[in-house]
Ligand binder design. Structure first.
Ligand SMILES: [Zn+2]
Length: 106
């Protein structure tokens, strides 16, 4: 069941979701968000040069705007690559790994 309160999915939960999405990019819409439980996950690979075979994997949920921004990885077959200048990625809360403290400069 899904808690109604604050963000509950951990970085590990999101890594699982990213891996599931990565393994089957065409099936992302069937995956449930680990945070809110809705089937609203999005997967993109942000690239920095035309025709790049690697991109920065980003997975997020359009419903609760929470997700994960990963490092560079090979874009899988069926994965959606977007140029960093044209990426239609909304501002979402990035769940940090537990070893990295949340740094606020504000
Ligand atoms: Zn969600």
């Amino acid at each position: 069941m899904v808690a109604k309160s604050a963000v509950s999915a951990t970085h590990a939960n999101w890594l699982d979701s990213f891996q599931a999405a990565y393994a089957s990019p065409g099936n992302v819409k069937a995956l449930k968000c680990p945070n809110c439980g809705r089937r609203a996950l999005q997967l993109r690979f942000v690239t920095y040069s035309a025709g790049a075979i690697e991109g920065h994997g980003v997975v997020w949920c359009d419903a609760c705007l929470t997700g994960l921004a990963g490092g560079p990885c090979t874009i899988p077959a069926g994965g959606v690559a977007v140029d960093h200048d044209e990426a239609d990625i909304p501002r979402f809360h990035i769940v940090p790994p537990p070893s990295r403290p949340i740094v606020s400069s504000n």
